[in-house]
Design a protein around this ligand. Structure first.
Ligand code: GRG
Length: 298
């Protein structure tokens, strides 16, 4: 049970992340087309969103004793990579979603070509931001860049997205779906936690524990997203509802039904919280974030 209200913490961190993103992606003067690229990047990046990935990075680092600005730009880089994935995922050649974060998707507000390039820009800029961060040591930068590449690449998000588009119209079994979800969505959430451990100089034992936490939490998050896809109102979800059904996708809900899916998510969150118990620090913020995710209601 949540013993305190996590909302003020989330509000405070969201404001810090939004302010830093706003600075990092400040419009650059120059050729009008470059100006438009920045406008498009700002349209998607500053459109709201829960900022879950950067908050996980900040919360993990703080929990391990790092309370300065060391993790902030890496946290913002994770949000840039996440936003790029949403822009590309909404394109007609992928999920073909017209709305995202309560607004027209980027390719609707601008055009498809610019949406592809804005996604590319955000992905590459994320690496530039980490490479240029003066708060990080050279060793930290190399490790963080390696984590970002690995978890957003072929063995993470992109690999999962390929599995996803190739699975359309096919009935997956639960193990195949788990593997798809862990790559497509879980990997970047896990990377967010992992990046927090690197910026805080965590021990190997702490990293392993948080990696186990990230596995369970990441899968629970995607199951809840599957549930919200059928139960949430469009306004709350910020995009078209039942898009998974429309796109003929296997989801936890289509395979297990709503109730069993919710139970699976609850079980994973309990398991994720059990991992945290072995850490010798105050884990209450991560616990509260995990519980809040599983309690989301449509
Ligand atoms: C196109 C390379 C490429 C990858 C796309 C993550 C992904 C892979 C696509 C997103 C599709 C999707 C909606 C997946 C469900 C889980 C998910 C990532 C939901 C959106 O994340 P939230 O809920 O969104 O954190 P906000 O807007 O709050 O940041």
């Amino acid at each position: 049970m949540i013993t305190f209200d996590i909302t003020p913490y989330l509000t405070e961190k969201t404001a810090i992340i939004d302010a830093r993103l706003n600075t990092l992606i400040a419009t650059q003067e120059g050729h009008p087309s470059i100006h438009q690229l920045f406008d498009a990047a700002r349209y998607s990046l500053l459109a709201g969103g829960k900022r879950l990935r950067p908050i996980l990075t900040l919360a993990t680092a703080e929990m391990l004793g790092c309370t300065d600005k060391t993790p902030l730009d890496t946290a913002c880089a994770l949000e840039m990579i996440h936003t790029y994935s949403l822009i590309h995922d909404d394109l007609p050649c992928m999920d073909d979603d017209d709305f995202r974060r309560g607004k027209p998707s980027l390719h609707k507000a601008y055009d498809e070509g610019l949406a592809v390039l804005t996604g590319d820009f955000l992905l590459t800029f994320a690496f530039e931001v980490v490479a240029n961060d003066k708060h990080l040591s050279a060793e930290q930068k190399v490790t963080l860049i390696q984590i970002l590449a690995q978890y957003s690449g072929v063995n993470g998000m992109i690999g999962g997205q390929v599995m996803d588009i190739k699975a359309e119209g096919k009935q997956l079994d639960i193990d195949a779906l788990k593997s798809l979800h862990s790559s497509k969505t879980g990997a970047l959430l896990k990377a967010s936690i992992f990046c927090g451990t690197i910026t805080a100089g965590a021990s190997l034992k702490q990293m392993l524990t948080l990696s186990n936490f990230g596995n369970d939490f990441g899968l629970a998050f995607q199951i809840i997203d599957d549930i919200l896809d059928v139960t949430s109102s469009e306004k709350k979800h910020g995009k078209k509802i039942s898009s998974d059904v429309t796109n003929n996708k296997s989801t936890y809900v289509t395979l297990l039904g709503l109730e069993e899916s919710q139970q699976a998510a609850n079980k994973l969150i309990e398991s994720s919280l059990n991992h945290l118990k072995s850490l010798e620090c105050d884990t209450s913020i991560l616990e509260a974030i995990a519980r809040k995710i599983v309690q989301q209601k449509g």
